[in-house]
Write a protein that binds this ligand. Structure first.
Ligand code: LLP
Length: 401
């Protein structure tokens, strides 16, 4: 690892291609008995090489902006027919791009969006395949910022109104599916089953109304375990998830299941490598100051998320101490760990912040005018730079005085 860092510097995101590959295979194996398409949620990690890796293995994609759509198309134009477009605020230019590319499905989140999409499709003389993203009013136990499936959230269309909205949609568009997404980092399969059952009831009604519903999109949200001391068996998790969904899908006859996992595929494939700059004491507390910060990895600051931190080289001594691991950004919220028992660290040591492949780089910013980190991909014995470190000149290039 030292040699990788000598070549590419820190902070550095490092990902394992094999891990992502294995996670995708777990999905395919678990959902093997039914027709399904894994539409990777691009927002989790939108780096082109990651998208390319998944596209080459036949994955589809869930995008939420024109930018994400362009990213996918830039690595594989032919992937368009495997793209679903989600998001509460699609603009006309984004719709036009998606319509021209011939994507698989628009997940429509409001009646206003439905009207605009009908208008754009008419203008471009094309039919848009749509699903309404319904809000099933299901409680999913997760962080409040990433729970989305309850009536008071901004997402989706109230499932009780869906039938009427489909009736209206059927006049101008092609209702082909129903979609739902109840939140992220959900550890139990139960809420997914509960939401899917409600969607299934709606599908039966919609078919009675004459809509040819062929797709059921259950969104993403399958969680991973970030704490090393809690058991986590990825295969068992996907199998439980599949067991909750497959019977529901099978009960509906001819139907293709769309899945939108993000975190589950990439979170544990990545780590953020950082160098210890200083170690200091303030009163009783020890602070380990590293060269990455909340702008590189926002999850701890934003969600008080736990990420395991390990020294990269075997520790010189077995001594441990309690410390906060913090970045150089001028905010108290700029921390990676608080009151964590860690091997004693000293300036120059290299640490890895684990399980940061999802919502790490994709949430990175230039806050405090810090250039965003570089990213490398490990493929077998090869380590390849997939995004070089941003320069200060690049950061300033868009501005004029
Ligand atoms: N589909 C839709 C419509 C979504 O909104 C999301 C995530 C996904 C799929 C993928 O969910 P996943 O399988 O990754 O849980 N930044 C937060 C997570 C935000 C998730 C937003 N939507 C975090 O770092 O925990």
């Amino acid at each position: 690892m030292e040699s990788v860092v000598r070549r590419f510097g820190t902070p550095l995101y490092i990902y394992s291609a094999r891990h992502i590959d294995q996670r995708l295979k777990l999905f395919h194996r678990a959902f093997g008995p039914i027709a399904h398409l894994v539409c990777y949620a691009v927002k989790a990690n939108s780096t082109l090489a990651i998208l390319d890796l998944l596209a080459r293995r036949g994955a589809g994609f869930d995008v939420v902006s024109g930018g994400e759509l362009e990213r996918v198309l830039s690595v594989d134009r032919a992937a368009a027919t495997r793209i679903v477009f989600s998001g509460v605020g699609k603009t006309a230019p984004e719709m036009d791009l998606a319509l021209r590319s011939g994507i698989l499905l628009f997940n429509v989140e409001s009646e206003g969006e439905l009207e605009l999409l009908a208008e754009r499709a008419a203008k471009l003389r094309t039919r848009a395949r749509i699903a309404l993203r319904v809000n099933p009013d299901v409680f999913a136990e997760t962080h409040p910022y990433i729970s989305t499936g309850m009536r008071e959230h901004k997402f989706g269309i109230d499932i009780r109104r869906a039938r009427a909205v489909y009736r209206k949609a059927g006049k101008y568009l092609e209702p082909s599916g129903v979609s739902v997404h109840i939140g992220s980092q959900i550890r139990s399969a139960d809420p997914f089953g509960a939401a899917a059952r409600r969607v299934a009831r709606l599908i039966v009604e919609l078919r009675k109304d004459g809509h040819a519903i062929r797709l059921m999109d259950v969104g993403g949200g399958l969680g991973v375990e970030y704490h090393p001391d809690r058991a986590f068996d990825a295969e068992e998790k996907v199998c439980q998830y599949a067991a909750a969904l497959i019977p529901i899908v099978e009960s509906l006859g001819s139907l293709r299941l769309l899945l939108e996992p993000g975190r589950f595929l990439v979170a544990q494939a990545g780590a953020l490598l950082s160098r210890v700059l200083y170690v200091k004491k303030n009163g009783e507390k020890t602070f380990v100051i590293v060269d990455s910060a909340m702008n590189d990895l926002l999850r701890p600051a934003l969600y008080q998320a736990y990420h395991e931190i390990v020294p990269v080289a075997p520790a010189q001594s077995s001594r441990k101490a309690v410390a906060d691991v913090v970045g150089p950004v001028c905010e108290t919220g700029d921390f990676f760990a608080r009151d964590r028992t860690l091997p004693v660290l000293k300036p120059g040591d290299l640490v890895a912040i684990l399980d940061t492949g999802a919502y790490g780089m994709s949430l990175a910013s230039n806050y405090n005018s810090r250039p965003r980190p570089a990213e490398v991909l490990v493929e077998g014995k090869r380590v390849r730079l997939i995004r070089r470190r941003e320069t200060i000149d690049e950061m300033l290039a868009l501005e004029r005085v």
